[in-house]
Design a protein around this ligand. Structure first.
Ligand SMILES: NC(=O)c1ccc[n+]([C@@H]2O[C@H](COP(=O)([O-])OP(=O)(O)OC[C@H]3O[C@@H](n4cnc5c(N)ncnc54)[C@H](OP(=O)(O)O)[C@@H]3O)[C@@H](O)[C@H]2O)c1
Length: 277
């Protein structure tokens, strides 16, 4: 079985570059999907309080029989818990739901700059990190201007920024900011929830390599150096999305996919998203 490259975060913790995302997986189906992914070789699961399936992730990891320290687990603070006291209670609920005494990475899910003070929230996250119950901490959906404010007002630089990235939204500015400040980029919706799979350029490159459009798109992310965690509830696709390490895109392929950028989001804009459940 092939293994996934590891990325070393800014605090020395290593994360498998390819993981499995569980957004929009029904809580009752999550454990089965996680077991299928772990059987296929994934060792990194990306969940969130908002997905309501952390318990299924914990169950799936236990059912796989793998030691806890062989699976990298990420979860994220919900939008209704930015207040530092609420954040502390929410973090406890995450550990309970997962059935573990630590997460490998905990993220602020959205900056919510219009309705909360994410720097205060970050100070609570720093406490989770110092206690060792979050081996690393980071943010999600932060724009460079959010990150500048966060770094100026705190001591721990986020290990990652998890943002929407795919061939129609290549995120040059946010990725460059991350690279400059030692913040790894995690690419969410890496195949744009399927929207890039019919793109003629992606299809043509896939045919050249005798791979699927999803594999070519995920391989493009891997070669750019981002961390990715495609989601699927379909066993064959879960395995397909893991088979990325026995072929390579050349510079011409990479440039052709880069050129598909349209700055087109499939999800909300972090500068205006203010949803609090
Ligand atoms: N931080 C954030 O705000 C945020 C936001 C969104 C997502 N995320 C994270 O990123 C992960 C991935 O993003 P995502 O779930 O939005 O979208 P995605 O991984 O880009 O796409 C998932 C969709 O593509 C389909 N699919 C998967 N593999 C395929 C393949 N090989 N061929 C054809 N179709 C395929 C899936 O269908 P089936 O499941 O039916 O097979 C599903 O409909 C999430 O699970 C979550 O962990 C984070």
């Amino acid at each position: 079985m092939s293994t996934t490259p590891l990325i070393t975060l800014n605090n020395g913790v290593t994360i498998p570059q390819l993981g499995f995302g569980v957004f929009q997986i029904d809580p009752d189906e999550t454990a089965d999907a996680v077991v299928t992914a772990l059987d296929a070789g994934y060792r990194h699961i990306d969940t969130a309080q908002m997905y309501r399936n952390e318990a299924g992730v914990g169950e799936g990891v236990r059912r796989s029989g793998l030691p806890r320290d062989e699976v990298f687990i990420t979860s994220k603070l919900n939008n209704d818990s930015h207040d530092p006291e609420a954040a502390a209670a929410a973090f406890e609920r995450t550990l309970d739901a997962l059935g573990t005494d630590h997460v490998d990475l905990f993220l602020i899910h959205w900056p919510l700059a219009m309705v909360s003070d994410f720097v205060e929230t970050w100070h609570a996250m720093e406490e989770f990190y110092r206690s060792g119950r979050a081996r690393s901490i980071g943010v999600s959906n932060f724009q460079p201007h959010h990150l500048r404010r966060l770094i100026d007002g705190s001591t721990v630089v986020p290990a990652v920024n998890q943002i929407e990235v795919h061939p129609y939204l290549t995120q040059a500015e946010a990725r460059a900011f991350g690279a400059e400040h030692g913040i790894a980029t995690e690419a969410w919706s890496p195949i744009a929830q399927g929207k890039v799979l019919d793109d003629p350029t992606v299809v043509r490159i896939a045919e050249t390599h005798q791979r699927t459009p999803a594999q070519v798109t995920l391989r493009w992310h891997i070669q750019r150096g981002d961390i990715v965690f495609p989601k699927s509830v379909t066993a064959a696709r879960i395995r397909e999305n893991f088979a990325l390490f026995d072929f390579e895109l050349d510079d011409v392929d990479m440039a052709a996919i880069d050129a598909l950028n349209r700055d087109e989001r499939t999800g909300p804009d972090p500068d205006t998203f203010d949803y609090v459940p």
